[in-house]
Design a protein around this ligand. Structure first.
Ligand code: BGC
Length: 253
């Protein structure tokens, strides 16, 4: 029988994370391991780190799901906001597969996190328009209509006050401009109101490292917005990547 324990990897601007996921439960069955993203994060260098990660985790399966911080179509990266530009036009699946000797299915990192929340977390059973926004080095988004993913939505690249939104209000921007939680919360509220004006989501789920700090900045978010934090916080990315890979290859769990 085909195993439903699949390795999920999440490539980020600062760390590359991975764990084996039990897809029946949507839970990690190995501890999440994290290695530093190489600098520069070229395809060859990232491939090497993923190879090391797979060896450290001791994964013996043949399939890897990989979340990647760019537009991803048919395995190819089409943007590179927080990763080396050499990735543009590169087939992520081929690079990671050649490094690890395993079959790889790649997708946008925020789409992966969203998928995990829709299946196992806060979006489970939610109809209508659901968006997941990840707040990290960049600002990522995932869009679901009645549970179906509309891939590569990239709402982190909207313009807000003449800025690319993720330059105005990501975690990188928070640190760069030394924002207080109040300052960050107010900017993020402006961002969410803008997204709301465009998409009228029924639910917005926040993911990424600083969604853990929602208690600090959540009070600045307009009450009319239906906002919650991801059930799996920043584990969602690896869980969703593993799920997507499994289902792309074997059909629904
Ligand atoms: C990228 C997105 C990614 C997000 C989060 C943005 O800069 O354009 O593709 O999902 O960062 O990593």
């Amino acid at each position: 029988m085909q195993t439903k324990n699949i390795l999920g990897i999440d490539v980020g601007a600062s760390g590359i994370k991975g764990a084996i996921i039990d897809l029946e439960k949507g839970e990690l069955i190995t501890e999440r391991m994290k290695l530093a993203t190489p600098k520069p994060a070229t395809p060859a260098a990232v491939g090497e780190v993923i190879k090391e990660l797979v060896a450290k985790i001791g994964y013996e399966g043949n399939l890897i799901g990989c979340g990647f911080p760019s537009i991803v179509k048919h395995g190819v990266a089409y943007s590179a906001a927080n990763i080396d530009e050499a990735w543009i036009g590169t087939n992520i699946e081929t690079v990671v597969s050649e490094a690890t000797g395993k079959e790889v299915i790649a997708m946008n990192d925020a789409d992966a996190a969203g998928l995990s929340e829709m299946r196992y977390g806060k979006g489970k059973g939610q109809k209508g328009t659901v968006m997941l926004i990840t707040i990290g080095s960049g600002l990522g988004s995932a869009l679901f209509i009645n549970g179906h993913l509309v891939p590569n939505s990239e709402f982190g690249h909207l313009y807000l006050h003449g800025w690319v939104a993720e330059h105005y209000v990501s975690n990188t921007a928070r640190k760069k401009y030394d924002m207080t939680w109040e300052g960050f919360g107010k900017r993020f509220n402006e961002y969410l109101l803008h997204v709301d004006r465009l998409m009228s989501p029924d639910l917005v789920i926040l993911g990424g490292g600083i969604s853990n700090e929602y208690k600090e900045f959540g009070k600045y978010i307009d009450k009319k917005l239906n906002v919650t934090t991801a059930a799996m916080f920043n584990h969602s990315g690896i869980i969703g990547a593993a799920l997507y890979a499994y289902e792309a290859k074997f059909g629904e769990i």
